[in-house]
Structures are given as C-alpha cells and as structure tokens.
Design a protein around this ligand. Structure first.
Ligand SMILES: Cc1ncc(Cn2c(C)c(CCOP(=O)(O)OP(=O)(O)O)sc2=O)c(N)n1
Ligand SMILES: Nc1ncnc2c1ncn2[C@@H]1O[C@H](COP(=O)(O)OP(=O)(O)O)[C@@H](O)[C@H]1O
Ligand SMILES: [Mg+2]
Length: 570
C-alpha cells in the first residue's frame, strides 16, 4: 500500500480467533455475555463452530470431553466472575481427569480489581483459577495473544494433560494494532505433546518383573484411551496373553467381548494376580488405593506402572517397575523387549480368569431377560446392552449411582472412546455436556443413560440439544429419586435423599417443550422401540423410563464410602 494508505488494523478479538484457528482449534463451547458476546459472533463469522449453552458448567464439561476425544484442548468461553466460577468446576474436573481444556473468561482490569473498586462482575479470577488447573495465564496486551494461546495449548496437552485458564480483560479485546504485526505475533505450536519414550533400563526392569509373573493382569485406564495408540495397546494385550481389566472409559479399547477381558471376573483378577501392569490408570479410590482384601494378601503383588507423569509412581503402593512415558511409546518398547525375552503367555491363568468371567456373565444374562413391569435396572439395561451390541458405533454417555454402576458392567463397549461417564471424581451432571461434545466432535449418534437425579443437574441443556438438532437420545432412568424412590427416613416423613422427586415426573415433556421427541415407557419392549426409533431418526429424543422405586441400592456400589454415625443409630 502507498505511504498515505490507511494502516490495516486488527484487534484483540480477531487476534484471539486467529490464534485459535492457526492451532487447528475450531470449536468454542460458551455462554455469551459481557465482554465476550462479540467474540463469539466474530468467531462464528470467521468459520468457527460456536456452541452456546444454558449454563457454563455444561459448556465446560463439553469442552473437557472434546479434549478427551480429540487430544486438542477443548475451549470453554465465559463471562467474568459468576460465569467464570460456573466454568471453574468443569476446569477442575478436566484437570482431575487429565483431559486438556482451556477456560477463557472475560475479566476486569487489574487496576480496578487490585483496588477492589467494585467493577461489574469483579473478581481476581487469575488467583481463583490457579489451584484448580495446570496453568493460568492473564493477557494485558493484544500483541501477546499469539504467545499466550501457544502457552495455553502446550500447557493443556503436554505431559499429563489438564485444564488451563486464560484470563482476557475486556479492554484487551478492544486494543488495536497493525494487522501485519499482529499476524507476525501469532504462534503455531510445534509438537505440543511430544512422545515420551521410557528409558531402556526401565524396560529391562519391567521385563524382569514380568518374567516372575505366573498370574499377571493388565489394568487399562482412560489415559490409555486418551493416548489413541489403540493398535499398540491391543498388540501388547494379545502378544502378552495377559487378562486385561478395562476401567470405565477404557472400555472398548479392546471390545468387552474379547476373550482376554477380565471385567466379569474382576474380583478374581484383582485378588489372585501376582503382577499388575497399570496402563494409563491410577491406583486411586476406584481401585481401593491398591490395598485391602480385594487385592488379596498384603505384599502379594508387584506393580509395573506405565504413566506419562513420573510423580504418579508410588502414589498409593510401591511400584516395582515404573515406566515413565506415553502409553504408545511404553507399550511399543515393552512388546519389542518381550519378543526378545520370550515372555510366555500365562495360559492356565488366563483360562481360569476366562472361565470365571463366563460363569458370571451367564448369571448376569439370566437377570437381564426379565420383562418386568415396572422395569428394574437389569431389565432396562438388558435392552440398552442389546441396542449398543447392534449399533456399536453409538457413543454411550452414562451417569447416576445405580444407573452408572450397573450400566458400566452390563452394557458392553466395542470401540475406543465410546463410553463417557462421571470420571475420577464421580461428578453428577456431566451427561448433557458430554453428549453434546460427543455429538459435535464425532458426528455419531449418542445414547445418554441418565439417573433421574443426575439428569436433574443438567436437564436444561435439552434445549441446547434441540436448538442444534443433535442426534442425541437421552434415556432417564426414572426411579423417582436419588438412588431409590422409596427409602423410609429414620426421622420420619419424606427421606431427603430419595423420595424427594415428584412421582412419575414427565421428563419426556421437557424435550417436547423444545421441539424434540418425548416418550414415556414402562416396559422393556417399549424402551427398545423408543430408543431404536430415536437412533434411526437422529431426532433429539428423551425416553423417560419408569424404573421400580424399590430397585437399586443407596449410592450404588460405593455406599461403603459413606461415614457412619454411631450416635444416631444408638
Ligand atoms: C455434583 C455432585 N453432586 C452430588 C453427588 C452425589 N451423588 C448423587 C446426588 C447421585 C445421584 C444418584 O441418583 P440417580 O437418580 O442419578 O441414580 P440412581 O437413582 O439410578 O441411583 S450419585 C452421587 O454420587 C455427586 N456425585 N456429584
Ligand atoms: N498419553 C498418555 N500416556 C500415558 N499416561 C497418560 C497419558 N495421558 C494421561 N495419562 C495418565 O493416565 C492416568 C489416567 O488415570 P485415571 O484417570 O485414574 O484412569 P482410570 O480412571 O481410567 O483408571 C493419569 O495418571 C495420567 O497421568
Ligand atoms: Mg434415581
């Protein structure tokens, strides 16, 4: 341009969008409002998918699940203070699940915040975010957007993935700068999640432990699902001949119907195994911290642990052979070393585990056949098991207590990353955000199996599902309460934990209210018909499944975590 031509300008709004797009981030999950409303508009105008929710917590759950499914940071965008706080729960949950997510929140100027002068939605968000995420950054100048977004992406996906907070003051978005200089300030991140190979000595140590194994077991965790080295994981399992136990979101890396799957013989596998390989799975509360009777004789086990985070080792029990690196690199190195060392498959042990699993599956199968009216969990889940067996490409979302614990063991998963649930924390309310992200990120049909209480945490997002016409079938297991619908209260009157719901609530009418399909079903046949119709039509559907209020147990399988009052029961 000639010297008198006007300078071409850009601004914070557009530099932030350019930085995200340059790094192949093309979706924003948000709730609009000051100061980010126009940011969403401009992002959409520049070709990004901007999905607007009814509450930031569910936009955040969606972003974190997008991170789990794509290995790119899911982006949640919120307004300041209350919007930021609503997103913070999802950011903390992402960090706990080791999923990459970036929470971008509008904020106030430092000079006002630091003098506590009472700005609109004033809060020191940067300080508030720090304890709940891997890294937190705040922008002051538009020219720093390129490096800040690069840092946020790298922090979210490198090493152990997790949540990152990026604080964007409203005034910064409005700052202008020379467009050419702005373009030069952008950074395309190079290799943000580098492969991390284990040290040869660590491999040799693991092989020496495996050589002693007579009854080995591989526990596969959601870190392995996230790694997307599915073929190498399958190769490690099949070449070793070891039984494997999938944790809930690692189900489907190898199909639950695989002959080496020990899920239906979990107690035997945990108690009698002598060497346990943890593959992208933590030994935390979900595995009783590696202690107690379910793990057999104290000291009777040796652990090999594969994890990208070196500090995870020895968190709960001594790790005899730590393998620090990504699942794919560690599994590959282990397979190569096994071949050279001639590690023999443990046929007798595998047969023992497989026959125990077969017996248990046959026992369960008979409980699934009943055509009871009202349905109980088993008859309803027997139907959904069959639906997923027939349509294995459907992504299953699942939450509740009995609804979660029973579905996890009854519904087989046949493909990697096709089951999304409450994660390490056991969070209720992830269902609708997870279902929306699974649908948006994969384009696949989604079946969300929700306890009625769990659905209550996120039910308003059925309007979001209808607004974007997403092919999501929500099945609410309506047992009229949290855990059960008939508990008597020791203090007399309605039990605050169970009969707190209106009996026979018509959740199906909520979906109809927004133009979706609502069906109230009371029998397995009606449930099957409604779900198959929903998956065939791709229309947003809510199937309100009446479940016997007397079925189920308080807190499902984890009631033992409750503290007991001695005094109260005296
Ligand atoms: C955010 C949040 N709040 C409360 C809980 C406690 N909680 C709650 C409230 C559950 C609801 C279980 O009732 P449901 O109707 O979803 O499932 P079932 O009736 O089938 O057991 S399960 C559970 O752990 C939680 N895990 N997360
Ligand atoms: N790509 C990866 N390679 C290796 N380990 C990983 C990878 N991504 C995450 N991890 C690790 O996987 C583990 C996941 O454990 P966890 O969330 O407890 O799984 P689960 O609940 O399924 O057992 C975490 O310790 C995390 O550091
Ligand atoms: Mg319930």
């Amino acid at each position: 341009t000639g010297e008198d031509a006007p300078l071409e300008l850009t601004d914070g709004f557009h530099l932030l969008i350019d930085a995200l797009k340059l790094n192949d981030i093309n979706t924003i999950y948000n709730v609009p409002g000051i100061p980010i409303t126009d940011l969403g508009r401009y992002a959409q105008a520049q070709g990004m998918r901007v999905i607007s929710f009814r509450h930031e917590q569910h936009a955040g759950y969606a972003a974190s699940v997008a991170g789990f499914l794509t290995k790119k940071p899911g982006v949640c965008m919120t307004v300041s203070a209350p919007g930021f706080m609503n997103g913070l729960t999802a950011l903390a949950n992402a960090t706990t699940n080791c999923w990459p997510m970036i929470l971008i929140s509008g904020s106030s100027e430092r000079e006002i915040v630091d003098l506590a002068q009472g700005d609109y939605e004033e809060m020191d968000q940067l300080a508030m975010a720090r304890p709940f995420c891997k890294a937190a950054y705040r922008l002051t100048y538009a020219e720093d957007i390129g490096i800040a977004v690069a840092r946020a992406i790298r922090s979210a996906v490198s090493g152990r993935p997790g949540g990152v907070y990026l604080d964007i003051p409203g005034a910064m978005l409005g700052q202008t700068m020379d467009a050419a200089k702005g373009a030069q300030s952008l950074v395309k991140v190079i290799d943000p999640a580098p492969r991390q190979t284990p040290a040869p000595g660590a491999i040799a140590r693991a092989i020496s432990v495996m050589k002693e194994a007579r009854r080995p077991l591989i526990v596969i965790g959601k870190g392995a699902a996230y790694d997307q080295s599915d073929d190498v994981v399958r190769e490690l399992v099949e070449k070793s001949g070891y039984p494997f136990l999938p944790m809930s979101m690692a189900k489907g890396l190898l199909p639950d119907t695989h002959p080496q799957c020990a899920a239906a013989a979990r107690s035997l596998a945990l108690k009698d195994s002598d060497v346990v390989i943890m593959l992208g799975a933590r030994i935390n509360w979900l595995l009783s911290h590696g202690k107690g009777k379910q793990w057999g004789e104290p000291g009777g086990k040796k652990f090999i642990q594969i994890d990208i985070d070196a500090e995870e080792m020895d968190s709960n029990v001594e790790i005899a052979a730590p393998l620090v690196g990504d699942v794919g690199s560690c599994a590959r190195a282990l397979i190569d070393a096994m071949e050279n060392e001639g590690i023999a498959p443990p046929e007798a042990w595998l047969d023992q585990v497989h026959s125990k699993a077969t017996v248990n599956m046959e026992k369960m199968a008979s409980r699934l056949q009943n055509n009871s009216n009202p349905m109980d969990y088993h008859s309803a889940l027997g139907v959904l098991k069959q639906v997923i067996n027939e349509q294995p490409d459907t992504i299953l979302v699942n939450e509740g207590a009995n609804t979660l614990d029973l579905a996890r063991s009854i519904i087989n998963v046949h493909k990697p990353r096709h089951r999304i649930d409450v994660g390490t924390w056991g969070v209720m309310g992830i269902g609708m955000g997870a279902a929306i992200a699974a649908s948006i990120e994969t384009g696949k049909r989604v079946l969300a199996v929700e306890g009625d209480s769990a659905f209550g945490f996120c039910g308003m997002e059925v309007e979001t599902i209808c607004r974007y016409k997403l092919p999501i079938c929500v099945v609410v297991f309506n047992n009229n309460g949290i855990y059960r619908g008939d508990g008597e209260n020791w203090g007399g009157g309605d039990d605050p934990a169970t009969t707190s719901f209106v009996p026979d609530s018509r959740y199906d009418m909520m979906m109809e209210a927004f133009g979706g399909v609502g069906v109230w079903v009371k029998t397995p046949d009606a449930l099957r018909q409604a779900v198959n119709a929903a998956l065939a039509s791709g229309k947003p559907t809510l199937v309100n499944a009446a479940i016997d209020p007397a079925a189920g147990k308080e807190s499902g399988n984890i009631g033992n975590l409750n503290p007991q009052s001695v005094v109260a029961q005296a």
